[in-house]
Design a binder for this molecule. Structure first.
Ligand code: FE2
Ligand code: FE2
Length: 280
């Protein structure tokens, strides 16, 4: 990533601006069970970012001052995303106990210990593994960004639309950083390209997998990406990722979507799960 791009990012970084978001009026508009469940997932995952950072910093990524400069701002911005969604849910009458975050962390650490351990070890000993982390980050940020976009397209709640619209602007910058890092590290480096392709193919799962129970991840994936429009969106994300050196024709996101649909019992268009809308 060119120096001026990083500088521009660092200068632009700030706490999510909630000016004009009228939390007092949130409860005036209905929020469906599906919306609450998806937003709760999003809040939990945003709040988990600092733990993800801990894992990342135990790898060689910590030695790169550009990467750590970015991560310092990034974790701060994600923190405020979690807080903003939490405040929105609270305003809608859904208040979670403060112990929730600690419980989720204990659950996530227990469940992902092996995979995280392997990734951290690989990140320590293999120089090119930073490329895996950067590509992984790009995958997570683009799916978060598009996930919020899908949510906006399907909700009737005007304040939620405004709030998510502001969060998306941050996610777009996050994606740009990881994506540019991934490209710079894979360009002209066949070894890195092969490693990224193999590692993602073996380990990549949608954001938040293992942090929350599998059925919660599957539910959100199906709600946001399960219908035909969601499929088109999934393909769009993959096409963007496929432009990275060595990642041509990747189908990881479609594979993850199909697996989630299958586990949720959605096998045909006549399925009972109303995945297209947030009406139920
Ligand atoms: Fe975020
Ligand atoms: Fe982000």
């Amino acid at each position: 990533m060119r120096r001026f791009e990083l500088d521009r990012y660092l200068r632009a970084s700030k706490r999510l601006d909630l000016t004009g978001i009228d939390f007092d009026r949130v409860s005036e508009h209905p929020l469906s069970e599906a919306e609450i469940r998806c937003l709760t997932y999003m809040m939990d995952i945003e709040r988990h970012t600092v733990i993800y950072l801990r894992d990342l910093l135990s790898t060689r990524a910590a030695k790169d001052p550009d990467v750590t400069a970015f991560l310092s701002m990034w974790v701060y911005e994600e923190f405020w995303h979690g807080e903003a969604i939490g405040a929105f849910l609270r305003a809608a009458g859904i208040d979670y106990p403060t112990a929730r975050t600690a419980e989720i962390r204990a659950y996530a650490d227990a469940g992902k210990a092996l995979v995280n351990g392997l990734k951290m070890l690989a990140g320590k000993v293999i120089p090119e593994f930073v490329a895996v982390h950067m590509t992984w980050g790009a995958m997570n940020e683009i799916s978060t960004l598009y996930g919020y976009r899908q949510m906006i397209a399907r909700t009737q709640h005007p304040i939620l639309i405004e709030l998510l619209g502001r969060i998306i602007k941050d996610e777009r910058r996050h994606f740009a950083f990881y994506y540019n890092q991934a490209r710079a590290r894979m360009e002209g480096n066949r070894r890195a390209q092969r490693l990224v392709r193999r590692a993602l193919g073996s380990f990549w799962t949608p954001v938040g997998t293992g942090v929350r129970p599998q059925e919660e991840t599957d539910y959100v994936v199906c709600r946001l990406f399960g219908d035909d429009d969601g499929l088109a969106t999934t393909v769009e994300m993959e096409q963007e990722m496929s432009k990275l050196p060595g990642l041509g024709g990747m189908r990881l996101m479609r594979r993850a979507r199909n697996r989630a649909l299958k586990r949720m019992g959605v096998t045909s268009r006549r399925s009972r799960l109303p995945i297209a809308a947030f009406s139920a």
